[in-house]
Ligand binder design. Structure first.
Ligand code: NAD
Length: 494
């Protein structure tokens, strides 16, 4: 493989959209110095954010803790009303949020709007869920007592989020924490912190008590977590990010036995059977792979296609990929935006070269662009071999890595041959096969004949080394609640 970069034209940003994004940045209360935030499509510095040390982080813990005392006592209706008001404010600022997400993270504006919809849905969901607390009342089986189970807020929650969905990863944690009655300290990734600052500003405008949500950004994440997770006022950590960082946070959480939720890395298998609807399978794979530029923890990573449909499927998928317009997320008609940083682009080159050297066929893409931004072409590799890096690692970029298989048993065995277990996908028109294969996949999430399974009403999360706990749905609220029971002795009255 020798192709590295091409000079092919990239779509440039629309001037009005850029002005819109920059006006939103101007409206956020940010310092003039600190950690530089760059636009991945242009490498331009677009803002500076505070670089908090340990002292500032602990001060934030103190403020959240103090504000949390009243919040824990607030009525469920009060919490719901505040969350509804935040939801309305976020929705009213949909275009602002979408432009901001696109500018700081690189995704196309249309996808950023999709993220705003998805991210705000969590706020609405938990506004609705807040007034329906779980709990029950039952008698002990042997009589003589009644059991009353109740929920209470788990306490101060530290939330650590990644860069790939700057709004949704934050709201998916903040909203259930507030609904349960917990104060929060949130640390967004320094690559995409602006959306969190803006969304929290909108929360305060909507009536969330000012100190209840503390945002901390730092260039020293290690020192932050070591100080904050060992602080006795903290009772919960919720993290979304890579498995190695998750392991480290679990070690720290073990010291004070913190309630821990971990949404970690994925390595999703996507299986296309001979009896799949070809168009549905291509559409679903396209979405599961290329959404967010492939930078999604549930992105289709290992694509297994059965021999009988493989030639038609790969040809159709490669044709779709080849037509995707690449460029600035704020450009007109961009289908694939910039990757998050230049390391991600270098990694895509390395993956492609490694796969082709080991026997894969490059059907489309496989190159970067002469640009200051971080662009890599939509890429399809067929006949990928099991020893290739793309078959073993989380790709996190726009490379579709296709392997072929013959039998259902073989597909399941290969799909499960990983320590990860976040998402999997099955394409078949046979209902029995769909459900049997879904049951056999060792993943927390299965997309059946579709490529975007996430939903605010679904309990998102992984098994094996992809994580602990769930986000979204009623299960996501439980992550921020203690379950307690009262055993009430009963005496018969006359
Ligand atoms: P990352 O683990 O490098 O960083 C995630 C966050 O953790 C960032 O805010 C980072 O600053 C912070 N961090 C890093 N080291 C830390 C430490 N020692 N203490 C405290 N915080 C620390 O991951 P990333 O590159 O930002 O995101 C990509 C990874 O996240 C992928 O593996 C992806 O699969 C995973 N992810 C998982 C989900 C999910 O729901 N399971 C969702 C999105 C992303």
């Amino acid at each position: 493989m020798t192709i590295t970069n091409v000079a092919a034209p990239l779509i440039t940003a629309d001037a009005a959209s850029l002005r819109h994004a920059d006006a939103v940045i101007q409206s956020i209360n940010l310092p003039s110095q600190g950690i530089a935030v760059q636009d991945p499509a242009t490498a331009e510095t677009i803002a500076h954010i505070p670089d908090a040390g340990v002292e500032a982080a602990l001060e934030a813990v103190g403020k959240a803790d103090a504000a949390g005392a009243d919040w824990a006592k607030s009525s469920l209706r009060q919490r719901a009303d505040v969350l509804h008001a935040w939801y309305d404010n976020l929705v009213a600022h949909t275009e602002d949020l979408a432009h901001l997400i696109s500018r700081e993270m690189g995704k196309p504006l249309a996808e950023a709007r999709g993220e705003v919809k998805y991210g705000t849905d969590f706020v609405r969901w938990y506004a609705e869920e807040a007034v329906r607390p779980a709990g029950n009342f039952r008698d002990t089986p042997d009589g003589g007592a009644s059991l009353l189970t109740r929920r209470s807020p788990v306490g101060l929650a530290v939330l650590i989020t990644p860069w790939n969905f700057p709004l949704a990863m934050a709201t998916r944690k903040i909203a259930p924490a507030l609904a349960a009655g917990c104060p929060v300290v949130i640390k967004p990734a320094t690559l995409t912190p602006l959306t969190t600052y803006f969304a929290v500003q909108l929360a305060i405008e909507a009536g969330v008590p000012e100190e209840l949500i503390q945002v901390i950004t730092t260039s020293n994440s290690g020192a932050f977590s070591e100080a904050v997770l060992l602080d006795p006022r903290v009772r919960k950590v919720s993290f979304t990010g890579s498995t190695p960082v998750g392991r480290r946070l679990l070690e720290l959480a073990s010291r004070n036995v913190l309630r821990s939720s971990m949404e970690l890395g994925g390595n999703a298998p996507l299986i296309v059977f001979n009896d799949a609807d070809l168009q549905r399978a291509v559409d679903g794979t396209f979405a599961a792979k290329l959404r967010n530029g492939g930078q999604s923890c549930i992105g289709a990573n290992r694509i297994y296609v059965q021999d009988g449909i493989a030639d038609d499927f790969t040809a159709a998928l490669a044709e779709r990929f080849a037509q995707v317009p690449v460029g600035n997320g704020l450009g007109q008609g961009t289908g694939l935006g910039a990757l998050i940083d230049d390391r991600a682009v270098a990694q895509m080159h390395t993956y492609t070269n490694n796969a082709v050297t080991l026997g894969a066929t490059l059907l489309t893409g496989g190159h970067g662009y002469d640009s200051a931004g971080n662009f890599f072409a939509p890429t399809v590799l067929d006949h990928v071999t099991e020893d290739s890096d793309v078959a073993k690692s989380e790709i996190f970029g726009p490379i579709a890595a296709i392997q072929r298989f013959t039998t259902e048993t073989e597909a399941i065995t290969r799909a499960n041959a990983t320590e990860f277990g976040l998402a999997g996908y099955v394409f078949t028109e046979n209902l029995d096969r769909a459900l049997n294969v879904a049951d056999s996949l060792e993943t927390g999430i299965v997309g059946i004949n579709q490529g975007v399974p996430s939903n605010a009403g679904a309990p998102f999360g992984g098994i094996k080394q992809s994580g602990l706990g769930r986000e979204g749905s009623s299960e996501g609220l439980e992550e921020y609640e203690n379950i307690r029971f009262y055993n009430v002795a009963r005496r018969a009255t006359a």
